[in-house]
Design a protein around this ligand. Structure first.
Ligand code: 5GP
Length: 188
């Protein structure tokens, strides 16, 4: 990578909107992008690997990481805790990579306060009905968790105005291209 310090991207959107799917394509298509792997207290979903999707930790370990000031930000989302390990983010930025933080609203607000130079992107579903359909067909959450996530999704969407860029995930290829365009524009 070049010597220039990379850019930090806050990349948010409601649960089920397809942030993760877009992210996988971004990583394949642009090698300047690195995704920060968060720590979480939630249980792994089928197919998720420790250290790849998340660092899956106990509540005790999470508290220890807070006490050691290991997080750039951390938040509670539905019934679990999520946090961005600080060291990785700064290492990658120093190496010139553009680092994406795939985080929820509270974390996004905290990062934007701490790092006002971060670029913020919000991924919108084509409609609330479509979001619900996606969340249900994904089949990874209990009914109770789906209801909580849908209610949280509404809060996230009500705050979409705070982000610099809003990407509608109607068509995957188009959404990926739109995010790549933001990266090109912000890093050129
Ligand atoms: P999920 O359980 O669906 O993987 O994630 C739930 C929500 O937590 C998503 O909106 C996701 O982007 C967000 N999230 C994941 N990692 C972090 C993190 O490190 N910090 C914050 N604040 N939110 C996170």
């Amino acid at each position: 990578m070049e010597n220039k310090r990379g850019k930090l991207f806050v990349y948010a959107g409601a649960s089920g909107v397809g942030k993760g799917t877009i992210m996988k394509e971004l990583l394949k298509k642009n090698e300047s992008i690195k995704l920060s792997v968060s720590a979480t207290t939630r249980s792994p979903r089928e197919g998720e690997v420790d250290g790849r999707e998340y660092f899956f930790v106990t509540k005790e370990k999470f508290k220890e990481m807070i006490a050691q000031e290991g997080f750039l930000e951390h938040a509670q989302y539905c019934d679990n805790f999520y946090g961005t390990p600080k060291a990785y983010v700064d290492e990658q930025l120093d190496k010139g990579y553009n680092v994406f933080l795939e985080i929820e609203l509270q974390g996004a607000q905290n990062v934007l306060r701490l790092r006002p130079d971060a670029v913020s992107i919000f991924v919108m579903p084509p409609s609330v009905d479509e979001l619900e359909r996606r969340l249900r067909t994904r089949g990874t959450e209990t009914e109770e968790a789906i209801i909580k996530r849908l209610s949280q999704a509404q809060v996230e969407m009500d705050n979409a105005k705070m982000y610099q860029y809003i990407i509608v995930n109607d068509d995957l290829d188009k959404a990926v291209e739109d995010v790549l365009e933001v990266v090109r524009k912000e890093t050129c």
